[in-house]
Design a protein around this ligand. Structure first.
Ligand code: IMP
Ligand code: MG
Length: 176
């Protein structure tokens, strides 16, 4: 595996993101909604850098089986009330953009006062939607990445860094 972003580089980009969010949201209370499961670690690190009043909720959007795109399903069973709230949706990675577009359409129907979006990484040149996230931690090339919450068939989420998956990693994972 080739490390693309070290643990230190990830923390530095979260520091920048948090500063930008604090500045732009101007101290208003936020409802932070994390798209599970990939953004679980990003959520934990980001909210500890946001010293503003906030609530946390989660939503699940599953779109990938392995490295290939499958049908998207949204599970909102664990979502708090967001009507009239300022919502910040966070996701691990912005690839084609379809996941975030679907999640936003769903949340929009619940009547929030505002919705903004933050992603830890954006894959360069992959976007298929008009939407761009309001806050982007880092841009990366178009490679399949794992670690820091991101998985390949549910493996590798616990790596503290973000790495590009190589063919031998896929074989190793298949054998485990
Ligand atoms: P999108 O809908 O194409 O933008 O894909 C977003 C979702 O796909 C993310 O929330 C991830 O769960 C997953 N995803 C996209 N690219 C990668 C990757 O390189 N590694 C792991 N998961 C990915
Ligand atoms: Mg995801």
């Amino acid at each position: 595996m080739q490390v693309l972003l070290s643990a230190e580089q990830i923390q530095a980009s979260i520091d920048r993101l948090a500063a930008e969010i604090r500045r732009r949201e101007n101290g208003r209370p936020l409802t932070v909604i994390a798209v599970m499961t990939g953004s679980v670690i990003f959520l934990a690190d980001l909210i500890r850098k946001l010293d503003i009043p906030l609530r946390v909720g989660i939503i699940q959007a599953k779109s990938y089986a392995g490295t290939h795109r499958g049908a998207l399903s949204v599970n909102a069973d664990m979502l708090p009330e967001i009507a009239g709230r300022d919502v910040l949706v966070i996701d691990d990675i912005f690839d084609t953009g379809h996941t975030l577009v679907e999640v936003l359409a769903f949340l929009d129907g619940l009547g929030p006062r505002s919705i903004r979006t933050a992603v830890l990484v954006l894959k360069r040149g992959k976007q298929q939607v008009e939407l761009l996230p309001d806050y982007v931690g880092c841009e990366i090339p178009d490679v399949f990445v794992v670690g820091y919450g991101l998985d390949y068939n549910d493996a590798y989420r616990n790596l503290p860094f973000l790495a590009a998956l190589e063919p031998q990693d896929i074989e190793a994972q298949a054998a485990s």
